[in-house]
Design a protein. Structure first.
Length: 175
């Protein structure tokens, strides 16, 4: 009887058959966690509601939702439904980030919600084993979160200077 129990336990844990599979799964989950953490760090530096842990967990969760079905031999059609469900579920998490910000009667949290959604996509990519795409996507999202606001701010300052008709030499030198 104990032998039968032990055999059953061994079969239950045989979904990772070899060292190569363990390494592959570990790399995918670690890449997802690291990339999610990078995006979460940017959000946390701006004192947003969803920071490092949230983004890491979203990315890891999305990766696991890809790794599990892939390991089980799920067909591409079925896997696409898992991806759709993951994206939809993350939408609810993002909506929570927006709803929390509405206490001030201002729409807040849209960028954080979008970063959570993008992080899930990055986790999906890492989970599917397309780590280079996940890394490139993280770089682009980081660019959008850090550089684009600077460009927009600069453009707005230039527009407001032009609208006010400022023609002082100091203003022209700072342009």
């Amino acid at each position: 009887m104990l032998q039968e129990i032990w055999s059953t336990v061994v079969v239950e844990f045989s979904d990772i058959p070899d060292v190569a599979s363990v390494t592959r799964i570990t790399v995918r989950i670690l890449v997802a966690a690291a990339l999610g953490g990078i995006l979460g760090y940017e959000r946390e530096q701006k004192s947003r509601s969803a920071g490092v842990r949230t983004h890491m967990l979203v990315a890891v969760g999305a990766a696991i939702f890809m790794i599990g079905p892939t390991q089980a031999g799920m067909s591409l059609g079925d896997l696409s439904r898992v991806i759709q469900g993951t994206i939809q579920g993350i939408g609810f998490l993002g909506a929570g980030a927006i709803i929390i910000g509405t206490a001030t009667r201002r729409v807040q949290g849209l960028t954080t919600a979008a970063s959570i959604w993008a992080t899930a996509g990055i986790g999906v990519a890492a989970g599917l084993g397309i780590e280079a795409t996940a890394i490139l996507s993280t770089i682009i999202v980081l660019f959008v979160l850090t550089i684009i606001p600077l460009i927009v701010k600069r453009a707005n300052e230039t527009s407001s200077d032009a609208a006010s008709g400022s023609s002082r030499p100091a203003d022209k030198m700072n342009q």
